[in-house]
Design a binder for this molecule. Sequence first.
Ligand code: PLP
Length: 382
Amino acid sequence: MSRRYASTVALLRARQPELPVYCIYPHVYHDAGRHFVENFPGRVLYAVKANNHPFVISALHAAGVNDFDCASLQEITLVKSLCPDARCYFMNPVRIAGDARQAQREFGTRHFMIDHASGLAPLVDEIDAQRSVIFARMAVSHHSAMVDLSTKFGAPPADMPGILANIRDAGAEPALAFNVGTGVTEPGAYTYAIGLAREVLEKTPFPVRLLDIGGGFPRRYPGFIVPPLDEFFAAIRGIRHELPLGASSEIMAEPGRALSAPGMSTIARVLLRKESRLYLNDGMYGAFWELRFKGHVRYPARAYRGHEPLVGKPHSFRLFGPTCDSSDELPGSVELPAGIDVGDYIEFGSMGAYSLSGRTSFNGFYSDDVVRIETESSLPPS
Ligand SMILES: *Cc1c(COP(=O)(O)O)cnc(C)c1O
C-alpha cells in the first residue's frame, strides 16, 4: 500500500480506507519549521512528545530544526536514528535509572534537567558533569495557559539560585529553564515568566549562559483564537535584552504544538448516522484524545463522498468515536454538509499535536495508516 499521494482526493480515489488515515503534509511542516527557526530570537528545540512520527521529525529537520527536546532515551534513540547530526537534549527531570548515562555514552547528550535539589546527585552519578549543562526548572503558572504544568514540575523561584549554585558546585554548567504551560494564549505569559527568570538571575552570584523558556506556543483552532506566533516572538525579543545573562548567552524555546499541529490531518469515516449524530471510526481513545482536556474543543473539518469533496447546506452534528464508552464523544458540535451519511469521509485539519502520540487500541480500534500528501498546493483544512 502506497504511503505517498499527491492529494487527499488522490488517496481516496486510490482506496476507500476503512480505518482512519493520518495525512502528513511535509511542505506544511517545512513552512512551520522555517518560520519558527527564522523568527524566534534564539535556539529552537522541537518537543518530540507532541508528535514523534518519523515523517514529522524528518520534515522539521529538513526545515532547519536541528535541536530536539526529548523526555526519554527512547525519544533520543528515535531522533538520532532519523537525523544522526541532530542534537538531543534530555529535558525530563524524571528519568529511568541509567538512561542519562546511556544517552551521554551512546549519543553524546550534554544537556539535562532537574527541578529539585534532590535530582542532582543521581544525575551527576550517571554523567560526566564537566562536559554537561544542567538546567534547573523553575515553576511558573499563568492564567492564559490551556494546561498548567506547575503543580507537577518546577521548583519555586526562591529556590532557584541555590539549585543553580549546587549544579555549579557539582562541576556542570548551570542553566535556567521554565515552561509556562501548553496552548498559551497571551504573549504576556512569556514576558511575565521571563521577568521572574530575571529576578532569579539577579540573585544568582555567577553568570548563566542559557535560558530555556519552554514550549506552549499556541495553535489557532476553531473557537480557540490566539495571536499569531510573531506577536509572541516580538514580545520575547522586546524583553530579552533586559536579562542579565552571561557572555555568549542564548535563549532557547521548546515548541511542540506550534511546530507539529499544522501539517497533519486525520481522515475518518462515518460508520453510522442517527439523525444529527455521526459515529466515526476514530475518537477520544484514538487521535482525538487531547480534546478531553480543557482547552480547544475541535479541529477544522471538511467532508468527502467517494473521492469528491462533499458540499451542501451546513448542518450541526455531534460526533462520536467507535468504542463502547459513552464518554467517547468529541466535545461541541461540527458544521458539516446536511446530507453526510454512512461511508462518507471527514478530514480534520491541524491535528498534528498530541494526536498520534497518545492514541490507544482501546476496544480494538487502532490505525497506524500514516501517509504523506506531497503536492504543495494540497493543504489540510484550516
Ligand atoms: C510538553 C512540553 C513542551 C512542549 O509543549 P507545547 O505546548 O506542545 O509547545 C515543551 N517543554 C516541556 C518541558 C514540555 O513538558
